[in-house]
Design a protein around this ligand. Structure first.
Ligand SMILES: [Zn+2]
Length: 166
């Protein structure tokens, strides 16, 4: 028996209507599922630290039952949906739990008096942005640094990342 083509088409349309933030969440959830499947595969090939949770059954039977429970639920159950509006980039103030790349922007001149004598970094403004890339996902932390002008005391910031709303 084959799956009706209409069902798959509908799913595809639904996916296309998701905002980027939702897509990012979906990819992250899929990555988690993949990792868990890899764990299960490790069990199957006997390379695992994990063992059968139910003592009455041999580990090999675990593979044949309920792969759905452990995988999809944890992410889906989390009530707090960051609620990205359609068209928004995937980003969060709390962070994604990982950063693949950090881009640092620091000021090199005082915009107030033109002096180049700036202090050490006195503040860092962080923005983490997740976007769909070939990797398939990359979290970039943009750090916009602030320094104090040693001449006039003005606080100057590096240039904010382009195309990203603070
Ligand atoms: Zn200055």
């Amino acid at each position: 028996m084959k799956k009706p083509a209409a069902t798959r088409q509908k799913e595809k349309t639904e996916i296309e209507q998701l905002s980027q933030a939702e897509l990012v969440e979906m990819v992250l959830a899929l990555q988690k599922i993949i990792e868990e499947l890899q764990d299960k595969l490790a069990i199957a090939t006997g390379n695992s630290r994990t063992t059968s949770q139910t003592s009455s059954k041999p580990p090999s039977t675990d593979l044949l039952q309920k792969p759905e429970k452990a995988t999809v639920k944890p992410e889906a159950d989390q009530k707090k949906k960051p609620g990205g509006q359609p068209g928004h980039q995937g980003k969060t103030r709390k962070g994604f739990g990982r950063v693949d790349r950090t881009e640092i922007s620091s000021p090199d001149i005082c915009l107030n008096c033109g002096s180049k004598e700036l202090s050490e970094v006195i503040n860092i403004h962080r923005q983490q942005v997740a976007s769909l890339v070939a990797k398939p996902i990359e979290v970039i932390e943009y750090q916009t640094q602030s320094c104090k002008c040693l001449e006039c005391g003005a606080v100057v910031r590096g240039e904010p990342p382009r195309g990203i709303v603070p």
